[in-house]
Design a protein around this ligand. Structure first.
Ligand code: NAD
Length: 471
């Protein structure tokens, strides 16, 4: 890789957690930011971060943050202008964000995490375990817009995909012969999506990576946080709810507060299969696992307000995880969603496969358009050490978000949709493999042989959510 111009930074960077994303992002940050390792510290309860101390000379504090100790742990490290990069699980994003905003400390995370139990306590109602509720609480911390920049949920998805959606909208407009200046305001992006006739947006991902050692009984295997994936797999399925939808699914519920941009289903995301399409394999079945981008993108692209706006696309994740994660989910379901006793992260032992992560925009004049990153494991390893194809798509988004924050340090609390997509994509692109767009004539009704009657299907509008539900 050719030499890069480093982003100046004179503060300290404190990283919380050193799992698949922390380990993968550290070499990227040290490459792209003028940051001596002595000004970096990692707080993490596992001994894994010792590797970073040996390899890079960063400082490490082996400790678990809790609701009781986090103030005391963070205070000594952070002054105004320093950076807190939260890449942990089971540490409240809301608590860390409030801490940073009160001290003019820059902040970025990749997921809105609650404290332990926030995703799966028996005492919580399904709606309290949704990303809608978590996001609403986080955005309530927004005050004046000139506080320290804090970017929430900026990895690959959520994160990068918000920028891919904007680029995909511009690409479709260009391919339809429309010449117009690029939108600059939220309302203009929503109007563009509406004028193109985009009805549904999937975050359509197919992970085909594998290791030689296959999943064993009693083991959950994945290419990124096992704890994180189990947590979101067991949350209720959630989706941005489009204005073209004719009726709520029988198992759906609305929230009585907030933007009304999304609904949730009274079933786990990992038990909610949906038909989708990715360029490598074509039609496939993914899971409607909840993610905050389904809500933020839907809200960002809304024309009008409330539960019945003039225009809003249906937006959700359709995730086909790697083969062993798929088997792990099957076993998890058979255990009534009680986690397996053992976990295994696939990283250095991956021997083949790739991650195709993109956005699939449907219902417009060219039918369906997938735009995204197609990254093979060999390419990922050549581009940056300690990364798989999955982690590099995430860590590139993290690195880009950190650099943008350093360039714009007083912008307050922001979601990915509110950042300039071209600047972020330019920073990420060298790490995304092929960044490509594909048109397809696929619809969820295509090639559906009538083996059994499917009375719920809506033949006169393929883009109704009920047509996407599978299984
Ligand atoms: P991981 O499970 O591999 O690592 C989590 C890290 O958090 C570990 O180092 C663990 O020791 C640490 N940790 C656990 N409890 C802690 C505590 N109390 N205090 C401090 N550290 C603690 O997870 P990962 O794959 O690296 O993912 C990190 C985060 O990024 C998760 O929230 C995950 O959901 C999110 N993520 C987001 C994206 C995206 O595209 N937006 C993609 C992958 C992961």
């Amino acid at each position: 890789m050719k030499a890069v111009a480093q982003q100046p930074f004179s503060g300290r960077l404190l990283m919380i957690g050193y799992g698949s994303i922390g380990r993968g992002v550290l070499p990227l940050l040290l490459r792209h930011i003028a940051l001596e390792p002595a000004r970096v510290c990692i707080i993490c309860p596992s001994p894994a971060a010792r590797e970073a101390a040996r390899e890079y000379g960063v400082q490490v504090q082996e400790e678990a943050l809790t609701e009781e100790n986090f103030h005391q742990c963070l205070e000594p490290w952070l002054q105004p202008g320093d950076f807190l990069l939260n890449l942990s699980v089971q540490v409240s994003s809301q608590a860390l964000l409030a801490f940073c905003q009160a001290r003019q400390v820059l902040y970025l995370d990749t997921c809105t995490e609650p404290w332990v139990g926030g995703y799966d306590s028996d005492e919580l109602q399904p709606q309290e375990r949704t990303n809608y509720a978590l996001r609403h609480a986080l955005l309530a911390l927004r005050g004046s817009t000139d506080t320290a920049t804090a970017i929430i949920t900026h990895g690959a998805n959520p994160g990068l995909v918000s920028h891919l959606v904007k680029q995909a909208l511009e690409n479709i407009a260009r391919d339809l012969g429309q010449t117009r200046p690029s939108p600059t305001r939220r309302e203009e992006w929503a109007q563009l999506a509406r004028s193109l006739g985009v009805k549904v947006i999937h975050i359509a991902e197919y992970d085909s990576q594998y290791a030689e050692r296959r999943k064993e009984p009693g083991e959950f295997v994945n290419t990124w946080s096992v704890e994180g994936f189990i947590a979101e797999a067991r949350q209720p399925a959630e989706l941005g709810w489009g204005s073209h939808e004719r009726g709520l699914p029988p198992d759906a519920r609305r929230h009585p507060y907030g933007s009304h941009a999304a609904i949730y289903l009274q079933r786990p995301g990992a038990a909610t299969p949906v038909h989708t399409w990715t360029p490598g394999v074509g039609p496939t079945l993914g899971f409607l696992v909840t993610h905050s981008e389904a809500i933020s993108i839907a809200q960002y692209l809304t024309v009008g307000e409330g539960p019945h706006p003039v225009y809003r696309p249906t937006v959700h994740y359709a995730y086909r995880p790697c083969d062993d994660a798929l088997l792990s989910l099957h076993e998890l379901a058979s255990r009534h969603w009680r986690p397996q006793p053992r976990q295994r992260l696939l990283d250095d032992d991956i021997v083949g496969g790739r991650d195709e992560l993109g956005v699939l925009l449907m219902g417009h004049a060219r039918n369906a358009y997938w735009y995204g990153s197609r990254l093979a494991i060999e390419e990922a390893r050549a581009l940056c050490p300690h990364n798989s194809a999955t982690s590099l798509q995430v860590t590139a988004g993290v690195m880009a978000g950190v650099i943008w924050s350093l360039r714009n340090p007083q912008r307050g609390i922001l979601e990915p949709d509110e950042l300039p997509h071209r600047e972020i994509l330019d920073l990420c692109a060298p790490y995304l493999g092929k960044l490509e767009g594909f048109y397809s004539d696929w619809t969820p009704l295509a090639q559906r042989p009538p083996l059994f009657p499917e009375p719920g299907l809506c033949e006169d509008d393929p883009w109704q959510f009920r047509n996407f539900r599978g299984g």
